[in-house]
Design a protein around this ligand. Structure first.
Ligand SMILES: [Zn+2]
Length: 552
């Protein structure tokens, strides 16, 4: 069946186009002979899709859609390849990751010796005394069976201060010169909401620091990135995301610098995904003063929610839990901001009409955040606030019921079970049945999203599908099987639910007439694939706004 609006409906939906002659609505691109999953429940399957100036103007059977062709229409035979709406990564850090890939040492390596070699190489090209910075280090993925120690970094790079960020982004590993530069010694007390680790035997600095202790280093690391570097970062990460089928991302901890970088990249034609830019709470006063709020912008670069942080991280095991970590009876994780602080910032944003997204991983973190949201809504009820719970990892029935009542949106990690399997033992088998709880969310009618949190998690949407559907890691271990969902559900989570989380469900997230032409062409159909090989499905092409952003 063909869905095409009559001219009046079409013009009504898109007032800006109303001055253009009817000819302009003729498709410039038609994809046909395809296996198209639309994620539109009214018409779930189609063969062909017609696109005009970045919008879908027809979708249905080959014969119906081909009928719309004009002499100028380019036709592409999909040869029965599968098409899905473009994927929406609802929590990720692409602008930051982009500049990291440009300027820092990628420490996603499998031994401490390999990391030392990479740092040594960078130090050789860096003037003495200047910082050597690394990222994507993962203590559980090196073959050494232990974490990076201060001695490893001193041995590799003695004459430059070194800071390596864990890929989770909440902990750092530094050499002695870095601690000296930050004026931290063995006796320096932990700052509020932060931790400086010591060797339990000697009491000396171990090299690791967590959460708010990072600020002590941030003060002394000069920021040398230029406006152009930030635009280049967006350009670089754009290509990385596009090749996996991502057409939208929610920048989860954005700054005014990121917002500018996105505008610069878009103007230069280098931005290949639509961005919903959450704004770090530290900038909320100036944003409100400038008259900005959630939703400002256009279909490519839009101001998102205000971002708050309640507790620690899952991959670095600092999330705040009601029950301690397995094998660490006194470790319950870290609360980063107090409930009073969350409320004070939240109130300001809520009253100014902002959506709020709060990083809340552990059940204690989620409980705290929900209490703040419940209070805001009780004191100043707002229509459709769509409060976001960033990550919302460890849940229970009480939290689930309150999320449902509030209409809040969880953005659980999509690829963690598959990619970070070796970290799951710190949470234990029982708790895993309440983590990344998509089955529970969907059964309760809660619109949870797909979210990579890259760099901490991998962003490949096909990996997300496999992780969510199988709950199995790369070694075949099953983690939290009660939370398995179907492939069809996982696709909805990765598309229309992501659109809902940014108030854009009428713009994207499914393939329907009037929506933007954002889609991915896959070599095989995920619905017919063995779930254990979903991650191997090749992406053939990605289209965003009617433009090919990736072609294999
Ligand atoms: Zn994040």
């Amino acid at each position: 069946m063909l869905t095409q609006p009559n001219r009046r409906e079409f013009l009504g939906a898109f007032g800006a186009f109303s001055l253009l002659p009817l000819e302009e609505e003729r498709p410039d691109l038609i994809l046909h002979n395809g296996n198209i999953h639309t994620v539109n429940p009214k018409e779930p399957h189609a063969q062909a899709i017609a696109i005009s100036r970045g919008r879908i103007v027809g979708i249905g059977s080959d014969s119906d859609v081909m009928h719309l062709a004009s002499p100028g229409s380019k036709k592409i035979d999909l040869a029965m390849k599968t098409v899905l709406p473009g994927f929406i990564d609802a929590h990720s850090h692409p602008a930051m990751a982009g500049v990291m890939h440009l300027r820092m040492v990628d420490c996603d390596l499998r031994s401490i010796a390999a990391i030392q070699a990479a740092l040594r190489e960078r130090a050789a090209k860096t003037p003495a005394g200047e910082w050597v910075l690394g990222f994507k280090y993962d203590d559980t993925k090196t073959s050494d069976g232990r974490s990076l120690a201060i001695g490893d970094l001193d041995a590799a790079v003695p004459n430059h201060p070194v800071q390596i960020e864990h890929r989770g982004g909440h902990t750092i590993y530094c050499n002695s010169l870095a601690f000296q530069t930050a004026d931290i010694n063995d006796k320096t007390p932990d700052p509020a909401g932060g931790k400086i680790d010591h060797d339990p035997a000697t009491g000396k600095l171990s090299g690791r620091a967590a959460e708010n202790a990072r600020a002590l280093f941030d003060k002394v690391i000069p920021n040398k990135l230029t406006r152009d570097d930030h635009r280049e970062g967006v350009k670089l990460i754009s290509k990385m995301l596009a090749r996996t089928g991502i057409t939208s991302a929610h920048e989860a901890q954005g700054t005014p610098t990121d917002l500018l970088a996105y505008q610069d990249a878009h103007e230069a034609g280098e931005l290949l995904y639509r961005v919903y830019c959450l704004i770090n709470y530290r900038f909320i006063d100036s944003m409100i003063a400038a008259g900005m709020r959630t939703g400002l912008g256009d279909e490519w670069v839009r101001v998102g929610a205000m971002k708050l942080v309640c507790d620690g991280s899952i991959s670095e095991r600092t999330a705040r839990l009601s029950q301690p970590y397995e094998g660490r009876p006194n470790d319950y994780g870290i609360l980063v901001m107090t409930e009073d602080e969350l409320y004070a910032y939240g109130r300001k944003a809520h009253l100014a009409g902002w959506q709020i997204g709060t990083h809340s991983n552990g059940d204690v973190g989620i409980d705290t955040t929900l209490r703040v949201y419940e209070r805001l809504q009780k004191e100043n009820p707002r229509h459709d606030p769509r409060f976001r719970l960033e990550h919302c990892t460890v849940i229970n029935d009480n939290l689930l019921a309150r999320i449902k009542v509030l209409g809040a949106i969880p953005t659980p990690f999509s690829t963690y079970v598959y990619y970070h399997g070796e970290k799951m033992r710190y949470y234990g088998a029982d708790r895993l049945n309440h983590m990344f709880a998509l089955r529970s969310f969907l059964d309760a009618g809660i619109r949870a999203t797909q979210a990579s949190d890259y760099p901490p998690g991998e962003f490949i949407p096909m990996m997300a599908l496999q992780s969510e559907v199988t709950r199995t890691d790369t070694k075949g271990n099953l983690w939290g099987p009660k939370q398995k969902i179907t492939v069809e559900e996982a696709i909805r989570v990765g598309t229309i639910h992501g659109a809902y989380a940014s108030y854009e469900e009428n713009l994207k997230g499914s393939l329907e007439v009037g929506k933007v032409a954002d889609l991915v062409v896959l070599d095989r159909d995920p619905m017919k694939e063995d779930p254990s090989t979903l991650v191997t499905i090749p992406v053939e092409r990605t289209l965003a706004g009617g433009r090919w952003t990736y072609e294999s």
